[in-house]
Design a binder for this molecule. Structure first.
Ligand SMILES: CC1=N[C@H](C(=O)O)[C@@H](O)CN1
Length: 279
């Protein structure tokens, strides 16, 4: 009666911990990242750094996988790279959203974030929100390809011909610096830190930027796994929950510049709800 003869273990993609066993045996997990401070980036010493990297490293250590290998990819190529098996997990603080959930198995949220804006020094077009960009059809904005901001801008009424894409964050800043675009946007922490590192007298970080009132803001960032590896994702979630509980996750976020007030994930926010469009 309990179907003891033809079932359980082995051959149907639920095979007992297959991917995790594979990683444990190798002792190494390969992460995909896009060089975006403070989520995941290569430090000057060549070491992998960032909140998403630190949290994933702590979780994998708990899972018995001590080493991390990495593959750098343009942000827009992270999900394609994951699907193609180039890495085991995306650790880029990538925002969970319904479209992406169709292409990747997201872990539970690790951090929460809003948006930021950089303009030319003196803010000549007086841009303080996405709607300000929408209201000035001559204004242009450079955005990283594949990033959520593309949709946020359009939802706020910015037209496609005002948006130009660049491959990575440095390229978006250089578009503004050189005058090819009037503004660039990304997560608040991304924009702030890129602005600080570049230290350009041609740019201005917009203080008092008005957060867009659109679905997906604030965003919740998480690790993302291949859709076939939900066993690994579930094991990851289990340890992640423990590390949230004991304060490790908060500590790692704070170490990377995130604040308890702005960036901690509320207890009732789950990946399932975000994927279903319920948040
Ligand atoms: C950490 C991050 N989140 C947004 C996204 O998930 O699309 C983009 O801003 C790109 N980088």
């Amino acid at each position: 009666a309990c179907g003891s003869d033809d079932s359980a273990s082995g051959e149907d993609g639920e095979s007992s911990g297959s991917k995790l066993d594979e990683l444990k045996e190798a002792g190494t997990v390969t992460i995909g990242f896009a060089n975006e401070k403070p989520y995941a980036y290569e430090g000057e010493d060549g070491e992998l750094k960032g909140a998403a990297v630190d949290i994933a490293a702590a979780v994998f250590k708990e899972l018995g996988v001590e080493n991390m290998d990495s593959k750098l990819a343009d942000f827009g190529q992270l999900i394609p790279g994951l699907k193609a098996g180039q890495f085991d997990v995306i650790t880029a603080g990538m925002a969970i959203n319904p479209d992406r959930c169709e292409n990747a198995a997201f872990g539970e949220p690790e951090m929460k974030y809003g948006e930021g804006l950089i303009v030319q020094k003196g803010n000549p077009l007086n841009l303080k929100s996405y709607t300000d960009i929408a209201d000035n059809p001559d204004a242009t904005v450079s955005v990283m390809a594949g990033a959520t901001e593309n949709e946020f801008l359009k939802s706020e009424g910015v037209s496609e011909d005002q948006i130009t894409n660049a491959d990575d964050i440095p390229a978006t800043l250089s578009a503004v610096e050189s005058g090819r675009a009037d503004a660039t946007t990304g997560t608040e922490m991304t924009i702030k830190m890129a602005y600080e590192s570049l230290n350009s007298d041609k740019l201005e970080f917009v203080e008092g930027f008005e957060q867009p009132d659109v679905e997906g803001v604030p965003s919740y960032g998480a690790a993302a796994f291949h859709l076939d590896n939900t066993d690994l994702r579930d094991a990851y979630n289990e340890k992640l929950a423990e590390l949230k509980e004991d304060g490790t996750v908060a500590e790692l976020l704070e170490k990377n510049g995130f604040s308890e007030q702005n960036n901690m994930v509320e207890a009732d926010i789950t990946t399932e709800k975000i994927c279903n469009g319920d948040i």
